[in-house]
Design a protein around this ligand. Sequence first.
Ligand SMILES: *Cc1c(COP(=O)(O)O)cnc(C)c1O
Length: 367
Amino acid sequence: MTFPPLREELRGLEPYGAPQLDVPVCLNTNENPYGPSAACADDIANSVREAALGLNRYPDREHEELRAGLASYLTADTGPDGHTITPAQVWAANGSNEVMLQLLQAFGGPGRTAISFAPTYSMYPEYARDTHTGWVAGRRADDFGLDLGAARDLVATERPSVVFLPSPNNPTGTALAPAVIGELCALVGDSGLVVVDEAYGEFRRGGTPSALELLPAHRNLVVTRTMSKAFAAAGLRLGYLAADPAICDAIRIVRLPYHLSAVTQATAVAALRHTDELLGQVATLRAERDATVAWLRDQGFEVADSDANFCLFGRFADRHAVWQGLLDRGVLIREVGPDGWLRVSIGTPAEMTAFRTALTQVTGDLR
Ligand SMILES: *Cc1c(COP(=O)(O)O)cnc(C)c1O
């Protein structure tokens, strides 16, 4: 027996690790490059101080004030014939990754299967593994959209308990049409959940609706969001979902008691008071994204359409050499997605200039 006596299926595996390197230009984890203002930080600090005076007590297990704040934030994004999202439809945890783990703890498990369509978010199979949930990945179409015929077949053969649909997708940036999501919800029916991961929802292009609009029509639909990306609060670790209240109630069975600390709740509630400021650069980032896509195409690269704050571009015979060449010039991007492609997050104009300059040099040298 080797020590420590780790579960058989976990032996020899590496932990999640986007490289955290100290380089001048970090365009590898899709963070918002614009941090909170000093005034916003002061308000957060005051709220945290208030919470600190009560740290001898456990926090609100049901995080009710936070759920109310998130519900009204989401209600504003329910489209032209908007509907109200109530606090009972909202659940939050330490990052949307914890939300997804909780979903699998409650709705996955031995004998059950979760599916997605590759290329898809690299963490889903790990959460399936950690919860003993079966994992099957179908394939997306060549343009990274969803092939409904293939999706229908996969649902029919696997009868999944959970379907993960990131939209906009990571690493491709592709958003799914509501009709496709609605059809999958109907196909899966009451025996499973369709989880639309909208981590990048706020970056979607004009005319691309949120799956939040579909909530009244499909009780098996779950829409997840996060404060890590557009909301400029990756360091906070706060993710959340909107779904039927019965789904939130089910999660309460598996969540650890007091999983959201009083400090986290105070910070998130305070941050929500500054929604306009924290989302203030989203329009700039979307414009920078569109300009980056256009520039990369002008250079002759293939670029996936993006509704997110990053773009996937290629194709390179040796993508690692390009990634390394950029890193040697102080620009860190991500080697992820289908072979031959690279992903760059959208940063400030100065960071994008550094990226363009470095990429021109590197690919010039390799040509
Ligand atoms: C970044 C990201 C998340 C966010 O995770 P958090 O745990 O909320 O930071 C979720 N889903 C996808 C697809 C992502 O890329």
